[in-house]
Write a protein that binds this ligand. Structure first.
Ligand code: PYC
Length: 317
């Protein structure tokens, strides 16, 4: 078995776009095709994402035919733990990958995802802006008791995935503290589940975001960030980028609190110091539509091979 893939990173966070050899998911709405992927081809997700061919931080992107006439493409994102709703860094990675392949020119396209339609504008061969699905703050100032941390207070919000966002970081948000931040965020996620805090339909709050003051820009031409974050993803990998859907959730919380007006710029910095430049508008329904701009770079173009006698063909679980 072989698959042709292109790997890129968006502000440090990897994306693997599957070009050939991916599962045939048939027709139907994208959320239905994502379910078929999960039910019938989860071994393909594991083959693509887990070691020895992938890594815990890798996000896969399967390009599909869109079902909607007003969309140019469709994408299903997945990681080491399962499937994502949307993925901001991944969508920027997809746009830059398609540009690298000469399949996308500067300009805007509409892309279907399992959780709605996003607009993607390629602004240069290495830069794109994503206008996300509507984001919203669902619960404000929720306090959870977390073993080893005590009371942690934050908001629950949707930005294409579910997030708990808190300023109560257990330590400084720097890369050398990644293990401590991972342990703490994982405990917060467990506490949320144990204390019955979910999305409106019982959805697990599976992404945890700690926020702190930003660092100093390392060069005069780099924009000063408004905030720094650490985002723990469902498979316990932390996002090396500032997380597109997580920053969308943050913008919805800021909008809800009257702390950021529509059109104002918010620069979100990640734990490794990379940045997304963002803002939001409201649509006719008054919903927050986040705009996330970032850079992506191609890392490799390769054919992954699975020999029939490989005992770890389906990845190291
Ligand atoms: O950028 O939205 C994002 C994302 C989700 C998980 C990893 N990155």
């Amino acid at each position: 078995m072989k698959m042709h893939v292109i790997d890129s990173h968006t502000e440090g966070e990897p994306t693997r776009v599957v070009l050939t050899g991916g599962p045939e998911l048939g027709e139907g709405p994208l959320w239905e095709r994502r379910q078929r992927f999960a039910d019938e081809y989860d071994h393909v997700r594991r083959r693509l994402i887990l070691e020895p061919r992938g890594s815990e931080a890798m996000v896969g992107a399967l390009l599909c035919e869109p079902t909607r006439d007003d969309c140019d493409a469709a994408v299903i994102f997945f990681n080491n733990a399962g499937f994502l709703g949307m993925c901001g860094h991944g969508m920027i990675g997809v746009a830059v990958t398609l540009s690298y392949l000469d399949r996308l020119s500067p300009g805007e396209i509409r892309v279907e995802t399992p959780v709605g339609v996003v607009a993607v504008e390629l602004t240069s061969p290495n830069e794109a802006t994503v206008e996300n699905v509507p984001s919203y703050s669902y619960l404000r100032d929720v306090t959870v008791q977390v073993e080893g941390l005590g009371e942690v207070t934050g908001d629950v919000a949707w930005g294409g995935n579910w997030f708990f966002l808190t300023e109560n970081s257990p330590c400084e948000i720097v890369l050398s503290n990644a293990q401590e931040l991972t342990r703490a965020a994982s405990s917060v996620r467990t506490s949320l589940a144990e204390q019955g805090i979910t999305g409106p339909n019982g959805e697990e709050i599976d992404h945890i975001e700690f926020f702190s003051a930003p660092g100093e820009p390392e060069a005069p031409e780099v924009l000063q960030a408004h905030s720094r974050n650490f985002v723990l993803c469902p498979g316990n990998a932390y996002d090396r980028s500032p997380c597109g859907t997580g920053t969308s959730a943050k913008l919805a919380c800021l909008a809800e609190r009257g702390a950021l007006a529509a059109g104002e710029t918010w620069v979100q910095e990640s734990v490794i110091g990379s940045r997304f430049v963002t803002s939001y508008r409201t649509n006719d329904a008054g919903e927050v539509i986040a705009r996330i701009s970032g850079r992506a770079f191609i890392c490799s173009e390769s054919t992954l091979v699975w020999q029939p006698n490989d005992p770890f063909a389906n990845g190291i679980a």
